[in-house]
Design a protein around this ligand. Structure first.
Ligand code: SAT
Ligand code: MN
Length: 603
């Protein structure tokens, strides 16, 4: 499928109504003068517009309509094969000084970068349609909601943004009614989808983003990682709230007592699965509901608690491995109205991927568009292939998802993919120690970003690729939030991925994570004890309910919860090394937390 769209002529009345906002109009004119599109299409978010754009995208071969009986209302897109994941090496934070971006970000000088990008964008949309997408992040009536406009020459981006955000006139209205008039300007052009001319640049001080040379999800759906996290975290620090790479879930006991939990895991470590968890049989009457699966915006509410909203309107989840067994709620969500990217296409117009239920098809077209059979050595679906689906498709969508003030958070969970060292779960001693747990998080890398897979890297709060400013300053911001909360959430660390001596996972994960969640909720309620270990509060084996688990004996559980001094010696060294890279911006409190853990091991 060719990514380079020729111009389209919409039917009369569609795409022709610009918002009456002087700033937006001027900016769009300016970008149009530079990029020279054949025409400008103003998106209003209507159903009629969507129908038309889907037809047009099919005509151009950008999306393929799937079998209406098997997956109604769903489409398949194949990205360029050189363009299948976020490109961290080409992602830049262009703050006035390098120090503001900090040592963990790529930095580029703003004026020079604007010049360079403008050079690349010159005439870039000749013969193409330029779409202008207004969108809101957050429930429209939320004090946290933000308006953005994305200009793009990719119809796939428009179709995706309609799923992932509250898109169209609703955003224009919100901007008109807003007090501060704040809005984000995002410019995206495919150019020639050439990795040598691929750049994702953020200008937080201007509330602006420019992305060129890519057509893949996180690089080009500027609402998501670019606005909601990189620019979002920068604004959050200025404005006193938190923009985090966290899922938000609700958990309700059989007695009807409800808690909300936010959890940060790096990309492709199971946030979507955890957010849609189905409790095992043993947990009859427990309900888990989803507020969000990727991003949380959190503010200090009047009740002195941290409240969270999900700024997004849809899910952009990893497809391979998704099955009725691993995530039945995701399967139900993506059986209709779904925009798939880089999965395999079966001969009967259905989609397929590694790990889907049932036998593989005898023949399919793989994510690159080539013939595939089960004998093929290559994967049918790309490991980072994705679904984009409206959140309203989720059978366990939380009823409070549109609530402007957000849901009160009882617990924050940090976690990574670690073969060793990290116990299944433990609890921080307090907010400061919890901030330290987030700051020292590490995880084995996944296919969500280009580069080697399976290497342990420090990924503080799962924000390493997404923090729009200096990481040390970000930790300082976290440390300031805690004391302002009358009733701060408790903070935990989990690891679903610990392996035994035989190299096999010790914990089955998925629905069984409910067992860990129950302990967390019990801790919030003060109903259960724990062992005080040097690293924090670790459950005693008898505190975790493993009844009905086939492969987890009490010996396995003891292993899962073990804190091994030799592993921790290495871990503490790794943490210290990472902290050193942050230089003088690292808050002293976190060094002190590190030393206290080390001292507790010694005593
Ligand atoms: O590509 S995205 O950044 O949108 C998804 C992810 O990596 O979490
Ligand atoms: Mn993510």
């Amino acid at each position: 499928m060719d990514n380079l769209a020729p111009a389209i002529t919409p039917p009369r009345g569609l795409g022709t109504n610009p918002p009456m906002h002087r700033g937006v109009l001027n900016w769009v004119q300016e970008v149009a003068r530079l990029t020279q599109p054949e025409n400008i299409f103003w998106c209003d978010g209507s159903a009629e517009e969507n129908t038309y754009l889907l037809e047009e995208a099919q005509r151009q071969g950008i999306v393929h309509k799937l079998n209406e009986e098997k997956v109604p209302g769903s489409y398949l897109h194949r990205s360029n094969t050189n363009d299948v994941a976020r490109v961290e090496q080409f992602t830049f934070i262009c703050t006035p000084t390098k120090a503001e971006a900090g040592p963990t970000n790529n930095w580029a000088e703003p004026a020079e970068t604007y010049l360079k990008l403008n050079g690349m964008l010159k005439g870039a949309m000749e013969g193409r349609t330029m779409f202008v997408i207004p969108y809101i992040m957050g429930p429209p009536d939320s004090p946290l909601a933000k308006v953005g406009f994305e200009i793009t020459d990719s119809i796939y981006v428009v179709l995706s943004m309609r799923i992932m955000t509250r898109m169209g006139d609703v955003a224009v209205q919100r901007l008109e009614g807003s007090e501060n008039g704040e809005w984000n300007r995002g410019v995206h052009s495919l150019l020639d989808v050439n990795p040598d001319r691929r750049l994702i640049c953020h200008f937080p001080q201007d509330n602006a983003i420019i992305s060129v040379g890519s057509g893949y999800g996180g690089n080009v759906l500027l609402s998501k990682k670019c606005l909601a996290l990189r620019i979002g975290s920068y604004l959050a620090r200025q404005q006193g709230w938190l923009a985090e790479h966290m899922l938000i879930l609700g958990v309700e006991s059989p007695e009807g007592q409800k808690h909300y939990v936010a959890a940060a895991f790096p990309s492709a470590c199971g946030k979507t699965n955890f957010a849609m968890l189905i409790p095992p049989e043993r947990f009859q009457g427990w309900k888990v509901t989803t507020v969000g699966d990727d991003i949380a915006w959190m503010q200090i509410a009047e009740d002195g608690r941290l409240h969270a909203v999900n700024p997004e309107n849809g899910y952009f989840g990893v497809v391979p491995g998704t099955s009725h067994k691993s995530n039945a709620n995701a399967m139900k969500s993506i059986e209709r109205d779904t925009l798939y990217t880089n999965v395999a296409l079966t001969d009967d117009g259905d989609v397929w991927w590694e790990g889907k239920d049932g036998a593989p098809p005898a023949h399919a077209i793989d994510w690159k568009g080539a013939d595939w059979t089960p004998e093929s050595k290559k994967k049918a679906a790309h490991p980072n292939s994705r679904f984009a689906v409206p959140m309203r498709n989720n059978p366990v969508l939380d009823p409070e998802v549109e609530k402007g003030e957000g849901v009160p958070i009882s617990a924050i969970i940090f976690g990574g993919r670690r073969s060793n060292t990290m116990p299944l779960v433990f609890q921080a001693r307090d907010w400061e120690h919890g901030t330290f747990l987030g700051a020292t998080m590490a995880s084995e890398t996944t296919a969500a970003a280009t580069g080697a897979v399976g290497q342990v890297r420090r990924d503080p709060m799962a924000m390493l690729p997404f923090c729009g400013y200096n990481m040390g300053q970000y930790f300082r911001h976290w440390l300031k939030i805690g004391p302002r909360l009358k009733n701060p959430p408790l903070i935990f660390h989990v690891n679903w991925f610990r392996k035994g001596a035989d190299g096999k996972f010790l914990w089955p994960g998925f629905g069984h994570n409910m067992r860990v969640l129950e302990w967390i909720i019990d801790r919030c309620e003060g109903r259960v004890g724990a062992n005080e270990a040097p690293i924090g509060f670790v459950p005693r084996p008898e505190d975790l309910d493993i009844e009905g688990m086939q492969n987890v004996s009490s010996a396995t559980l003891t292993e899962l919860l073990s804190v091994k001094a030799d592993e921790w010696e290495k871990e503490l060294e790794g943490q210290e090394k990472f902290f050193k890279t942050l230089g003088s911006d690292l808050p002293e409190e976190l060094n002190a937390q590190h030393d206290k853990v080390a001292a507790r091991f010694k005593s």
